[in-house]
Design a protein around this ligand. Sequence first.
Ligand SMILES: [Zn+2]
Length: 430
Amino acid sequence: METQSILIKNVTMPLSPVKKGSVLIENDLILEIGPDGGDQADVVIDGEGKVLIPGLVNTHTHLSMTLLRGMADDLPLQTWLEDYIWPAEAHLEGDHCYAGALLAALEMIRTGTTCCNDMYFFMDEVARALDEAGLRGVVSHGMIDTGDEEKRKKEIRETQRIIDKCHNTAEGRITVALGPHAPYTCSEELLRWSREKANQEDLQIHIHVSETEGEVQNVLESTQKRPFEYLDSLGLLGPDILAAHAVWLSEGEIKLIKERGVKLSHNPVSNMKLASGISPVTRLVEKGVCVSLGTDGAASNNNLDLFQEMKTATLLQKVNLMDPTVLPAGKVMEMATSDGAAALGLEDEIGTIEVGKKADLVLVNMMAPHLTPQRSPLSHLVYSAGGSDVDTVICNGQILMQEKEVLVLDPVEVMEMAQGASEDLLQEVR
Ligand SMILES: [Zn+2]
């Protein structure tokens, strides 16, 4: 492969030791960060008036659920799931998942997300969409056996198929994780199998834990333990576990999460929209737990904009604790970048602007009324900006969007395909 270099010059970098200067990218890596000088690169991007941040990391998504966006709002969780989401999902085919994931990929590019952690179905189709979009992702087949042995075998077979087909593909941008859906939908056998498989093949485990109070009660009744205690009794907890939600936690569970090195994905918008509750994020962060950010699926958010998620995360903690000093902008920005990378075990590759790391970078245009006067870039990014302020996106050294023009996908084609797939899917339900 021929060497390809990109120089981003005159750019402000609030999250790098060099606050203003240039970044030189060679192939997939950041080669140099320093003061401005020289124009020696295949592509030169002028960063004047822009801020460079690491590509955002969305640690809990169901990308293909973009097809279900807006179909059932303002409903209680069980009604939402049982009457709307599950009946629609029962008719899902690979083509739907591909179209939905491609739409999600387009939305992520437009809003500055370069890496996601996705759990759903037909994950080879999701991986294909991410690959075509040039994005990075960890994909897991969501396994649900509800104690049925035949179902368990089927789920394990599908997971193996996805590992064989997708793990470490797309120049290393796509990896596969294990996806036992949740402690209340998976049998003890399936959870134990996930731990063994993770150890054997050095894979991450992506699981929902303690999203709702009702689910904690269910696990308490059936196992006499709280969800994290139950998972620990099976030997499941460890630094390779990414637990999504973690809303309802006891003090003992917080201690356990810290001791086992479990990583969390906080999804404030989804938790608020479904009225699931408020995760004790401030307490977790104080304890030194790695808390990253996720949007959850578009059916319960209803978008994939991590800028909104950052602002919501900090506002929710402030009002909940009646303390405006908690979760300051700098920390929230870390949750969406370096903590997200660490949550996926990718801290050596992405999440910061550092020499030797993968070139997953996002330029935000600060020349806008709502971002004026130019003052603290971190404050503006968290409290004033939105995903639509993203100007240029680079992932693995490839420019995916430049000055708001998406180079890797045809946006109109992608939206039309998703519209068609959504109509096809929902027509089956009615
Ligand atoms: Zn979820």
